[in-house]
Design a protein around this ligand. Structure first.
Ligand SMILES: Cc1ncc(COP(=O)(O)O)c(C=O)c1O
Length: 383
């Protein structure tokens, strides 16, 4: 799709062409495991559904379009997409990763890949100098999440991309929190963009899925080889759901951002609330970079109560009616989460506290309901 086509048009038309067999405007769910061949090796480009599926192909094309990349690959979950990137490496290779990121990514790195001889160094990525100091001749990958889950820290993607290029290191950005509506890491020099498509891309809390997008053909071949060899592919129904979700991404994200701003400001003005983590505040340490690399600030917010006890946090977490107490984020409905016991429980407590993720931190995924109703719900829960 031409670069001059605007974002709303891209999101609606990305990847979808009328189905060649019927003209169906929506890509059908090709629920098949295999394809009949005319003669051995003579086929229509589809051999076996782990390797290719037309619904997945439409989604992968759409993923490339929405991230301004050349190639997209869809995986059965966000962690499966992360897993594929780490499988580019070999024993002895080193990865520099953020010290504040989704707990499941940390678990995959520390509990699965470390035992295969890959070394992970965790640094505070708010300052690119910390990454520079961690680079060794064995560094093969920089893994960054921005904004981070759950502390909403910001990494300067363009600055890290310059460093990565100087040292011939791959840069992969987990763009789950921002979504392609707010930020396009490939345009800022990243080599790979990763998504938990479970979140804003799907947008309706009805599927688990992951994505990678890249520009380099060789890198695409290597990742495709891993995708088909390791087999963590999404089913066609799930691909259809994410394809459909992408069509309204811009409409939903506008509302997530608008509601996020209202709720972040309201929380900050509340007498019982301590620190509020949201990159749209001008005094947020990453504000200037966020303003430069993002189009808006999103609907993810974390906060602490002035009464910094776990009991007080638990009371709020179990008193909301509209905000559902659940893991995950990015759906149309608002969610409330306790990172220390839920999404980030796999990070050792000392490590978590050292990096600023307290026992009483509460995370909100602000949905697209009416903002006044959401505030009323928080008001009665916080008291
Ligand atoms: C920032 C981030 N990256 C990756 C993942 C993993 O994605 P999935 O749950 O789809 O495997 C999550 C899930 O919460 C996430 O929040």
């Amino acid at each position: 799709m031409s670069k001059s086509i605007k974002q709303a048009t891209r999101f609606i038309h990305a990847g979808t062409v009328p189905d060649p067999s019927t003209g169906a405007i929506m890509t059908p769910i090709y629920q098949t495991s295999t394809y009949v061949q005319e003669a051995p090796g003579k086929n229509k480009g589809y051999e076996y559904a782990r390797s290719q599926n037309p619904t997945r192909k439409a989604l992968e094309d759409a993923l490339a379009v929405i991230e301004n990349g050349k190639y997209g690959l869809a995986f059965s979950s966000g962690v499966a997409a992360t897993d594929a990137v780490i499988k580019l490496l070999k024993p002895g290779d080193e990865v520099i990763a953020g010290n504040d990121m989704y707990g499941g990514t940390y678990r995959l790195f520390s509990k699965i890949f470390e035992k295969f001889g890959i070394k992970f160094l965790y640094v505070n990525m708010q300052d690119v100098n910390n990454i520079k100091a961690a680079v060794t001749p064995n560094t093969k990958l920089i893994w960054t999440e921005t904004p981070t889950n759950p502390l909403m820290n910001i990494t300067d993607i363009a600055a890290v991309a310059v460093l990565a290029k100087q040292h011939h290191i791959l840069l992969c950005v987990d763009n789950t929190f921002a979504s392609p509506y707010l930020q396009n890491p490939l345009d800022l020099g990243a080599d790979i963009v990763m998504h938990s498509s479970t979140k804003y891309l799907g947008g309706h809390s009805d599927t688990i899925q992951g994505a990678l997008v890249m520009n380099d053909a060789d890198l695409r071949e290597q990742l495709y080889f891993i995708q088909k060899s390791c087999g963590a592919v999404p089913g066609p129904m799930d691909c259809f759901l994410v394809l459909r979700g992408i069509k309204t991404l811009h409409v939903r994200m506008k509302e997530h951002c608008a509601n996020g701003m209202v709720i972040a400001r309201w929380l900050r003005s509340h007498s019982k609330i301590g620190k509020v983590y949201w990159p749209g505040f001008e005094d947020h340490p990453g504000y200037a970079i966020a303003k430069k690399q993002m189009r808006d600030f999103g609907g993810m917010i974390s906060f602490e109560l002035k009464d910094d006890s776990v009991e007080a946090a638990m009371k709020v977490l179990s008193s909301t009616n509209l905000f559902a107490l659940a893991e995950s984020l990015g759906g149309v409905e608002s969610l409330i989460n306790h990172p220390a016991s839920m999404t980030h429980a796999s990070i050792p407590k000392e490590e978590r506290i050292k990096n600023g993720l307290s026992d009483s931190l509460i995370r909100l995924s602000v949905g697209i309901e009416d903002a006044e109703d959401l505030i009323d719900d928080l008001k009665q829960a916080i008291g």
